[in-house]
Design a binder for this molecule. Structure first.
Ligand code: PLP
Length: 632
């Protein structure tokens, strides 16, 4: 486990047991040893055939742990509760979950359910997100906040006002000054008194990757001039009492508590000024940004780590708000945060299989082959070969590499102009590889082909090169003998993972066992936020299968409480407006037209094979026999 730094990024939820398998401690630090869940057993349960007692789900697979989610939520709440108490803060913390991080229905319902005793709410940034937040919060506490962010049209504003009419604690946060007129007009028409917030554009700027939208020139929010105009307009309309919340968002993955305190302090000062101008301020909403330690380094200088704990984050926020409010003799506001990443990243694990690895074999060449080949080399390339041999004998490896390059280049040019045939080119490559191997310069990194689409399941790796912890979920009691990069199923050169936590360009991996051996399962951890919500359907690979797993007292120590197969080929085709039923009929007619000579049996088998392909997931069906092959 030290090899993969699991104790750094995984504690208290993930560790390795004595069998060498990754285990999950669903209740975090509060988990008893006997409650640990062996991830390999979950994968077997999910993927084994029905006859073997499994659920027959195809990989890749997302395993969700609602208990982990509950623990994260409770840890966040208790960190703030502790900070509030210890600082003598006279109001409370009341968070919301920004649903854009992962809109999965059961996840959002879980958050509302687990958080209802401490009035945990939701944040929406679009009309469909608002609709889902409205319906979910009907089952939560009536005091839970429903924060409406994002750019708004009249329909969005009407929906938000209707939500207020339905007694949901809705706040319309102005992202643009122009939204105010619509809010005033529509609220008068609907006869609903709105609660209004404003997103402030702070001067404090987060310099990391995720901070590009923060600062004075950031994309979102109102400047101080605009905020003052909002106050004036609301005053003129007799609605200044509706202005109750100040929101800001510095950016995701805030690296340090000093930057956090700086931003919160600036916002708290704006809050106090709004109180002075007569607004009925009640809530300061500090946005998201509570970071995750993806690489276990606990370093504020890494884009994928942060230099604070949850407790330190909460303490910095409470102290900064209290300090500024006390200085201005302003009543302490309710502190709201919109932590997404920190809440949901840990709750799911993406499991996928390595199906093959490129076995890089340096060709062997007899001295006859070499001479035969040398005879065919052009004169100038001969010289390169002689230089190469001499520098190899001298032990000058740098010169060796340079001659290898030159030799290759010349031969490729000859091949392109038609004067070298493909066997000669292959022999050149072989010769160069042989030399590289002899002087110990051949690349020892293998490519492991994984049954996964990076574009669908790890889009942040492709889009912003964000690394996530990835490791085998078993055989961790066995020292890996190889190093590998991961290549996915898409026919795209970007579909490759060659950056890993700790700045590594390859991953320690085990030798894949033979065809009849155990499958090799890898897990991508901490991807519960954003990855599912952002993933696309590049090459028409849809999302993974999903299981929800809770700890139980049964023989396995866990129970699968929900299992959903991933989208089939038909489903993904439909998402691009194709009509699988009509496509199938077209192909069936073609079968009748072209295969009738071979008899009905063959036609039926082919039609059955095609029908099955429409119903299967787009991923490789590893190890199972396929109807089409049978028909051949
Ligand atoms: N709130 C707003 C307005 C955001 O833009 C974001 C994400 O960028 C969040 C909350 C969630 O941030 P995080 O996932 O870093 O907590």
């Amino acid at each position: 486990s030290a090899l993969y730094k699991i104790d750094g990024w995984g504690a208290p939820y993930f560790s390795v047991n004595s069998s060498g398998n990754v285990t999950v401690r669903p209740h975090g630090a509060g988990t008893m040893d006997h409650q640990e869940i062996d991830l390999l057993k979950v994968v077997k349960k999910a993927s084994d055939s029905k006859s073997a007692g499994g659920l027959d789900l195809q990989l890749p697979l997302i395993v969700r742990f609602p208990d982990v989610l509950k623990d994260r939520l409770e840890c966040l709440q208790s960190a703030f509760n502790y900070a509030v108490k210890s600082q003598g803060y006279t109001s409370h913390y009341q968070g919301v979950y920004p649903v854009k991080c992962n809109q999965d229905r059961f996840l959002v319902e879980d958050i509302v359910n687990f958080g209802s005793s401490f009035r945990f709410g939701l944040e929406a940034g679009s009309k469909p997100e608002l609709l889902l937040a409205m319906s979910c919060l009907c089952k939560g506490s009536s005091e839970s906040l429903l924060i409406c962010n994002g750019f708004k049209d009249a329909e969005y504003i009407s929906l938000a006002l209707i939500a207020r009419k339905l007694s949901l604690n809705t706040v319309i946060v102005l992202e643009q000054e122009e939204e105010l007129d619509s809010v005033i007009d529509i609220s008068i028409k609907l006869g609903v008194r709105p609660v209004i917030g404003v997103r402030a554009k702070l001067r404090t700027k987060h310099s990391g990757h995720f901070g590009s939208t923060s600062g004075e020139k950031g994309k979102f929010g109102l400047t101080t001039t605009q905020i003052v105009r909002v106050v004036k307009k609301l005053y003129q309309c007799g609605m200044l009492d509706c202005f109750q919340l100040l929101h800001f968002h510095i950016g995701s993955q805030i690296p340090s508590t000093s930057l956090l305190a700086d931003g919160v302090g600036e916002a708290a000062q704006i809050y106090c000024e709004l109180v002075r101008l007569g607004a009925s301020m009640k809530v300061i909403d500090i946005g998201g940004g509570l970071g995750i330690d993806y690489d276990g380094s606990k370093s504020p200088n890494s884009d994928v780590s942060v230099g604070y704990t949850l407790e330190e984050y909460a303490m910095a926020v409470v102290q900064a708000v209290k300090f500024v409010c006390d200085r201005n003799s302003v009543k302490h506001p309710v502190i709201c945060s919109e932590s997404g990443r920190a809440l949901v990243s840990h709750h799911s694990v993406l499991i996928f299989e390595a199906v093959s690895s490129s076995k890089y074999t340096v060709p062997t060449m007899s001295s006859f082959d070499i001479h035969n080949f040398l005879d065919q080399l052009p004169e100038d390339a001969h010289l390169d070969y002689d230089n190469l041999s001499e520098s190899a004998i001298r032990g000058d490896y740098e010169a060796c590499l340079a001659y290898v390059d030159q030799l290759k280049q010349k031969c490729v040019e000859k091949f392109k102009d038609g004067s070298l045939d493909i066997e000669q080119l292959a022999a050149t490559d072989g010769l160069c590889d042989l030399v590289a191997k002899e002087i110990g310069l051949s690349n020892p990194v293998s490519t492991y082909h994984v049954n996964l689409s990076i574009f669908t399941s790890i889009p942040d790796f492709w889009g912003i090169e964000q690394v996530f912890p990835i490791l085998p979920i078993h055989r961790l009691d066995e020292r890996p003998t190889k190093r590998g990069v991961l290549s996915d199923l898409t026919c795209d050169s970007d579909g490759k993972i060659d950056k890993f936590i700790g700045g590594e360009s390859s991953l320690p991996l085990h030798e894949l066992e033979g065809e009849n051996g155990m499958k090799y399962y890898l897990g991508m951890f901490l991807g519960g936020a954003y990855q599912e919500a952002l993933g696309g359907v590049h090459n028409l690979f849809g999302g993974p299968s999903v299981v929800r797993v809770s700890q139980s007292d049964g023989p396995f120590g866990f129970a699968v409480t929900r299992a959903v197969p991933g989208p089939s080929c038909s489903d993904v085709l439909r998402s691009m407006q194709h009509e699988p039923e009509i496509m199938f009929q077209t192909l069936k007619h073609r079968i009748e037209e072209y295969v009738h000579d071979e008899g009905n049996m063959v036609g039926t088998m082919i039609a059955g094979g095609i029908a099955q392909s429409f119903n299967n997931m787009p991923y490789l069906t590893v190890g199972s026999s396929c109807c089409l092959t049978a028909a051949n």
